[in-house]
Design a protein around this ligand. Sequence first.
Ligand SMILES: O=C(O)c1ccc[n+]([C@@H]2O[C@H](COP(=O)([O-])O)[C@@H](O)[C@H]2O)c1
Ligand SMILES: Cc1cc2nc[nH]c2cc1C
Length: 347
Amino acid sequence: MSIDWLADPIPASDRDARLAALQRQMQLTKPAGALGRLEALAVRLAGLQRCVCPQLERVRIVVFAADHGVAAAGVSAYPQAVTAEMVRNFARGGAAISVLARTLGAELEVVNVGTVAALEPLAGVIDARVGPGTANFVRAPAMSDEQLEQALAAGRTAAERAMLAGAQLFIGGEMGIGNTTAAAALAAALLGLPTAELVGPGTGLDAAGVAAKIRIVDAALARAQAATPLAALRELGGFEIAALAAAYLAAAQRGVPSLVDGFITSVAALVALRMQPELADWLLFAHRSAEPGHRHVLAACAAEPLLELGLRLGEGSGAALALPLLRSACTLHGEMATFAEAGVSQA
Ligand SMILES: O=C(O)c1ccc[n+]([C@@H]2O[C@H](COP(=O)([O-])O)[C@@H](O)[C@H]2O)c1
Ligand SMILES: Cc1cc2nc[nH]c2cc1C
């Protein structure tokens, strides 16, 4: 195995398709610009899908699940066992993302990149465990080089499966008790911002819990020296965060855009963007999470998310909730009558 593929080229958006889509937008029966950001979204997707009228019928949601050694430091409001228990819940169709995927007619796949518990075979769950969770990164690197490589490969192959199934959009989700601590540590390392700006309540810590979490992240940052985004991932990341970063890169390399979900997924996107800035065209950002550090990560990604609903669930749920907006942008763009077709007078 190798990680050389991470640097494989990412195609550019198709300028001719964008111009043709813009031309079409100007002919649709509405005052120019009246559909606001939906217009630019349709044009952007046209460039990415290399056609005048983009489509988002076939959407693949992949939830990457993994455990975190740092959970032993008491950084989450919930016990570590929830990660594996939620994988079962995803498989049985009872989780929020299961419901949303069904509602949207989107395919849902779960990739277990490293729960502590080894789970029985479950329908719709890929077993890609690279270890029983990461090490506690306060004391040691979160993962070995080999584990990092395997987690990246799990993300890449998930994106490849999505592309083979004809996905027109990739949505990554995550599940991992303790992963807001890993995400905050990674973001602090990459952005150089004070830890307190990036650490938040996660699943529901109180103020004292958040203060303790800040101290834990500070201790990890004092221990770990990371000169590159990959080194930061290895030192402070999680298996699911590495897999997500890889999946965003692999999808873009194959010409498929991704819709980024919340705080943890945005940190994965930031890591991937630091590896390949050309990825920026291919990432759409769904929402601003209630996790306070998310706004800094979004700003660093130059992202303007579509929604702000106070969500802090993860699982890809915010991206799933934004999908109807993106789909509407496409169907309006593709199906509205032009002024000429409808016999409506132009300005
Ligand atoms: O997506 C978000 O913005 C988000 C914000 C807070 C928490 N979460 C979810 O909650 C879990 C991590 O929270 P914690 O407190 O255990 O670090 C993990 O499973 C995430 O999917 C997700
Ligand atoms: C129950 C539960 C469900 C989740 N889904 C994503 N993160 C989660 C965290 C908890 C605690």
